[in-house]
Design a protein. Structure first.
Length: 185
């Protein structure tokens, strides 16, 4: 007996080839979807980690705001203290200047034995000197000596009055000296 194969084997091959291609395509699609899912999962966890890191940094930033405020307050306090120290230094300098000036007036400019100062007042930029002298010439010499000092812009005699003390004629005088304005640097 003879058997005749009526089926076309070529069609069968094409059909199996198509089925194989469909299976491979499905497997490739599944693998691609798996890879995409895996990558998406990795990126999702990376995004979650970054969000957690951002939240941590924001909390650190919020806690450092307090420190920043304290630093700003400390800087303000430091500037204030520097101003106070500068003021104190200026006051100390200004405290020594009048003493030096008075020392020069009394010990170097005042004619010894001919006159004496009874009162010395500082009124802003002016210094008022009051005292007694035995002669008008002593007052004149004292004023000329003061005028030679570079610290004064003007020296004015306010009055000279004659008084009798213990039966002696003595001159009571008042001199106004205006200090020069300090030069600003």
């Amino acid at each position: 007996m003879i058997k005749i194969n009526l089926l076309d084997y070529r069609k069968e091959r094409v059909r199996t080839s198509i089925q194989m291609e469909i299976a491979i395509s499905l497997v490739l699609v599944m693998v691609t979807l798996g890879i995409i899912g895996f990558i998406s999962s990795l990126q999702g966890s990376e995004i979650a980690d970054l969000k957690a890191d951002i939240d941590k940094k924001n909390r650190e930033l919020a806690s450092l705001k307090h420190v920043e405020i304290k630093v700003a307050e400390s800087e303000k306090m430091q500037k204030r203290l520097e101003n106070i120290v500068e003021t104190i230094t200026g006051l100390k300098k200004n405290q020594k200047e009048p003493a030096k000036l008075y020392d020069e007036l009394i010990n170097k400019r005042l004619p010894p034995g001919a006159m004496w100062l009874d009162r010395l007042d500082e009124q802003g930029q002016a210094i008022v000197l009051e005292g007694y002298a035995f002669q008008d010439s002593a007052i004149s010499m004292f004023m000329e000596s003061i005028e030679q000092m570079e610290k004064f812009s003007s020296v004015d005699l306010i009055y000279v009055r004659q008084k009798i003390i213990k039966k002696r004629k003595i001159k009571n005088f008042k001199i106004n000296c205006v200090l020069k304005m300090p030069e600003t640097i």
